[in-house]
Design a binder for this molecule. Structure first.
Ligand code: APR
Ligand code: ZN
Length: 257
């Protein structure tokens, strides 16, 4: 499997991405867990992925209802693993590109909040955000930190005054992706999708890069492993997200991130 499609060296790839980005009118970034691994957060299907150590069933709605205690132990562990994480050069590069008017939005599958923390302003969090939790019945919201502490220190499942189960404000498997339509509208207006750090295997999210291509736009994939969309992409770079994106910002003369 080629390490690159559409360019022949890391430097040439970075320069090609910079030139395509510089001449696009409405680019979007589409990110997955791979952009956050340099911040110490494991991805799901990469070499050290979470789904290599845990059963993905733990992230389903049915598991949450069947065994709320084990569900919350898993999510309390995930929350603690990312609560202290900081944005890395990949996140900062996308924020800089948006600030320079070269990126219209970041559509992310990540729940870690690192794009906003890096300064990105227009962020569509397709799968929600783990920092808050909400009642599954009445929707009342509370900080996940409080819930994780209750699980950890007292082994209790967080419950709402209405009796409902409090759960992280993330989209579980078997639940609808509420932000998908908004993200799809943005994608259909875009002439370039920069897909970074995603295996592009989970739908409906992975339909976003496909929608940009279907609308006549270009698709650039920056990912450490092959993805099912590689053969349809205009450019594929199998390198680290942080160095590639920081290199693109540098190649555009926008300095260091
Ligand atoms: N640079 C570039 N690519 C990387 C890096 C890195 N530093 N680290 C990991 N990767 C790549 C991996 O090779 C992998 O192909 O990022 C990809 C991450 O893919 P997944 O782990 O499948 O994550 P993602 O695509 O975001 O998963 C989508 O699946 O489990 C659900 O809800 C979860 O939002 C998640 C969704
Ligand atoms: Zn409630």
């Amino acid at each position: 499997m080629a390490d690159r499609i559409g360019c022949s060296s890391s430097t040439e790839c970075v320069e090609r991405i910079a030139s395509i980005l510089g001449s696009s009118r409405d680019a979007v970034a589409f990110t997955g867990a791979g952009i956050s691994t340099d911040s110490g957060i494991p991805d799901f299907r990469g070499r050290q992925g979470l789904w290599k150590r845990f059963d993905p069933r733990m992230a389903t709605r049915s598991f949450m209802l069947e065994d709320p205690r084990a569900f919350w132990e898993f999510y309390a562990m995930r929350f603690e693993a990312l609560a202290g994480a900081e944005p890395n050069p990949g996140h900062r590069a996308l924020a800089r590109l948006e600030g320079e008017g070269l990126l219209a939005a970041v559509i992310t599958q990540n729940i870690d909040g690192l794009h906003a923390k890096a300064g990105s302003r227009r962020v569509i969090e397709l799968h929600g955000n783990i920092m808050t939790s909400r009642c599954d019945d009445c929707g009342s919201v509370r900080p996940t930190e409080e819930c994780a502490r209750l699980v950890r220190e007292r082994g209790e499942v967080p419950r709402c005054v209405c009796g409902g189960l409090i759960r992280p404000s993330v989209v579980l498997f078997e639940e609808p992706v509420g932000m998908f339509e908004a993200a799809l509208r943005i994608a259909q207006e875009s002439d370039l999708c920069l897909a970074v750090g995603s295996s592009l295997t989970v739908y409906p999210a992975a339909a976003i890069p496909e929608a940009v291509k279907a609308a006549g736009g270009k698709l650039i994939i920056v990912n450490a492993d092959p993805t099912p969309l590689d053969q349809r992409a205009d450019l594929v770079v199998r390198d680290g997200a942080s160095p590639v994106l920081a290199g693109v910002v540098r190649a555009l003369g926008l300095g260091e991130v």
